[in-house]
Design a protein around this ligand. Structure first.
Ligand code: 4NP
Length: 148
C-alpha cells in the first residue's frame, strides 16, 4: 500500500488530537500509514498530554503518555496526505492558512457531517470518556477509508 501520512489537529494538542493519534495509530500502524497530531495554538508546546486524557487512553489500552505537543505549521500541508480537524474552529483556522485549493482539500473533519468534538479541558470527567467514544468511532471510520 502507498505510504500515507495523516495529521490530526485540535487547539492545544494535549487532549483531543493526541488521543485521536493514539487510537488511529493502534488501528493502522501495521499498515504503511503514519499518524501524527498538532495543535493550532502554541499554548502547550513541549508538554505531554493532559493526565486525564492519558488516563482515559490507558483505560482503553491506548498509550499516549510519550507524545509531545507541537504547534501546526503551514509546512504540514506539504508533508501530510490527509489532515483531520476536531472542530470547526480548527477547520476555519486551517482553511485560512492553506495556500492553495489542493491544500484546503486535504482538510477534513474527523467526524462525519462536519460534527465537532468539543474541548473536554474545562469540563467534567465524563467529558473525557465521551471524547474517547466519539474518537473511537471516528478513527474506526477513518481507518476503513485509509485501508481502501
Ligand atoms: P485540546 O484541548 O485542543 O483538545 O488539546 C485544549 C486544552 C487546553 C486548552 C485548549 C484546548 N487551553 O486553552 O489551555
Amino acid at each position: 500500500m502507498e505510504h500515507k501520512k495523516i495529521l490530526i489537529v485540535c487547539l492545544g494538542n494535549i487532549c483531543r488530537s493526541p488521543l485521536a493519534q493514539g487510537i488511529l495509530n493502534a488501528k493502522v500502524n501495521h499498515l504503511n500509514i503514519e499518524v501524527d497530531s498538532a495543535g493550532k495554538s502554541n499554548y502547550h508546546i513541549g508538554y505531554p498530554p493532559d493526565p486525564r486524557i492519558i488516563a482515559v487512553g490507558l483505560k482503553n489500552n491506548i498509550y499516549i503518555r510519550k507524545q509531545i505537543a507541537r504547534s501546526f505549521s503551514v509546512n504540514d500541508f506539504k508533508v501530510f496526505s490527509y489532515i483531520y480537524v476536531i472542530d470547526y474552529n480548527n477547520h476555519e483556522d486551517l482553511i485560512l492558512l492553506a495556500s492553495s485549493i489542493q491544500e484546503q482539500l486535504k482538510v477534513n473533519y474527523i467526524l462525519p457531517n462536519q460534527e465537532n468534538i468539543f474541548d473536554p479541558f474545562y469540563g467534567v470527567k465524563e467529558g473525557f470518556d465521551q471524547c474517547f467514544s466519539l474518537l473511537e468511532n471516528a478513527c474506526e471510520r477513518i481507518a476503513n477509508i485509509l485501508k481502501k
